[in-house]
Design a protein around this ligand. Structure first.
Ligand code: ZN
Length: 248
């Protein structure tokens, strides 16, 4: 029980860190003065720097009743939701996969998936270093530990994942003189192929594009002009893994 509490606490901290990344990464594209380290965490509305007691995951939100103690404006519930989802998933992984190297890798992949999913959904932004991290994690864990698939499957998956969308885009660009697929999507599919293997690419693209179209259909069309393929691919890969693990 104490172990699960400590694990949950780690999950809450990662969730809190991911909230910071989800807020700062898109802003950093336009604002050179903003980095991951500074300025200090602040209220997004009145910009007052937050004291340590306001940075405790989950508890701060509850004690402050979801309001900034400086300007009294509402703090978005997404902070609390991010932390709760990270706590839930880390406990799920600890119970089902174990507190182990494999468990750590699963959680790392989940955390990167989570950030990429939300960033693409909200900003159509897939940071290249997160995509490249997925390729590196997929290749190293499969080449050295066969964690998800074999070495050959992982290498071919990375290559075929990247090239397939890249070629589709080249053909699209030839006929329409503009990009049809974002560059981040090629690298992301390369990353997913390197983790789950070349055989997984077909089902992931099929499930992923269906999820993307569903997201687009359910979205407010006045705010959304493009289909978030990256978010769909991440949902597709997660669904593929769940179906394979639970039913096959
Ligand atoms: Zn404030």
């Amino acid at each position: 029980m104490v172990e699960l509490l400590l694990i949950g606490l780690c999950g809450a901290c990662v969730g809190s860190f991911s909230s910071m990344l989800l807020y700062r990464l898109p802003e950093m594209r336009d604002d050179d003065s903003l980095t991951l380290y500074g300025p200090r965490s602040h209220c997004t509305q009145c910009k007052s720097p937050l004291a340590m007691r306001m940075l405790v995951p989950v508890l701060s939100f509850i004690f402050l009743r979801g309001k900034c103690s400086f300007c009294n404006k509402k703090i978005g519930s997404s902070y609390l939701i991010n932390e709760l989802i990270h706590i839930f998933i880390i406990i799920l992984i600890a119970v089902n996969i174990g507190v182990s190297f494999s468990g750590f890798i699963y959680y790392l992949i989940f955390s990167i998936f989570y950030i990429l999913f939300i960033l693409d959904l909200k900003h159509l932004y897939l940071p290249i270093y997160l995509n490249i991290s997925l390729i590196l994690i997929g290749l190293t864990t499969n080449i050295f530990f066969n964690l998800f698939t074999s070495q050959q499957e992982a290498l071919l998956g990375a290559l075929a994942g990247f090239l397939s969308l890249w070629i589709i885009n080249v053909v699209f660009k030839f006929f329409r003189s503009k990009d049809g697929i974002g560059g981040g999507d090629f690298i992301l599919l390369g990353g997913l192929g390197s983790i789950f293997g070349v055989v997984s690419l077909g089902p992931i693209v099929l499930l992923g594009s269906s999820c993307s179209i569903l997201i687009y259909t359910l979205s407010d069309k006045s705010k959304r002009e493009e289909i978030p393929l990256g978010s769909g691919l991440i949902l597709g890969a997660s669904l593929f893994y769940l179906i394979k693990t639970l039913f096959i």
